[in-house]
Design a protein around this ligand. Structure first.
Ligand SMILES: Cc1cc2nc3c(=O)[nH]c(=O)nc-3n(C[C@H](O)[C@H](O)[C@H](O)COP(=O)(O)O)c2cc1C
Length: 173
């Protein structure tokens, strides 16, 4: 039973999480969505960094699956973000579980596993435009503008465990 991971990352934290999942699951194919050539796995793990409250457009396109490539596959989903918890801002629901729901909706079927991962933000690596956007995000969420690294191996372990249990249940390992 083969497993493939596809992710979108701009600054590397989602890429690091994808590779850590791959290592812990002995996954051979881990692809940046920008370099994705084919969908080969029986099980597909799809992850996206969150920018401007949404998963990346190419990840959403993959999940909407107009080419029916995911039809008979088991799919697990994850997002990487800083606003991990559900919250309401100006009457609008936002936060990790909402981002994940957007991916689930695009997929159109129940994922075998899903997870919200904490991300990483190093502001001195950013250009002026991006800094402005992240400042607006912090203001909106009432968070102090500080560099953070909340990427956690424990969260990776939990996700890997959940996928393995589901695969075992479905006779996939
Ligand atoms: C311009 C900008 C916008 C962001 N927007 C959000 C957001 O809407 N919600 C959120 O939870 N995190 C947001 N983040 C935080 C990123 O999701 C976080 O830094 C993540 O780890 C980035 O993943 P990457 O390193 O794989 O690119 C934003 C970060 C930047 C720089």
């Amino acid at each position: 039973m083969s497993v493939q991971i596809v992710y979108y990352s701009r600054h590397g934290s989602t890429r690091d999480i994808a590779h850590s999942i791959a290592k812990k699951m002995d996954v051979e194919t881990t692809s940046d969505i920008k370099e994705l050539k084919e969908i080969s796995g029986d099980v597909l793990i799809v992850g996206s960094a969150i920018y401007g409250e949404v998963p990346h457009v190419e990840i959403m396109h993959l999940l909407k699956d107009s080419g029916k490539r995911l039809e008979d596959k088991q799919v697990a989903l994850f997002v990487v973000c800083l606003a991990k918890e559900n919250k309401k801002i100006a009457g609008e629901e936002t936060g990790g579980p909402i981002y994940l729901r957007k991916m689930e909706k695009a997929l159109g079927k129940v994922p075998m596993a899903s997870k919200v991962f904490g991300g990483r933000l190093i502001t001195n690596k950013m250009g002026k435009q991006e800094r402005k956007r992240i400042e607006a995000f912090y203001r909106k969420h009432g968070m102090p503008l500080v560099d953070v690294d909340t990427v956690s191996e424990r969260e990776v372990d939990e996700f890997v465990q959940e996928i393995k249990v589901k695969m075992a249940f479905r006779g996939l390992i």
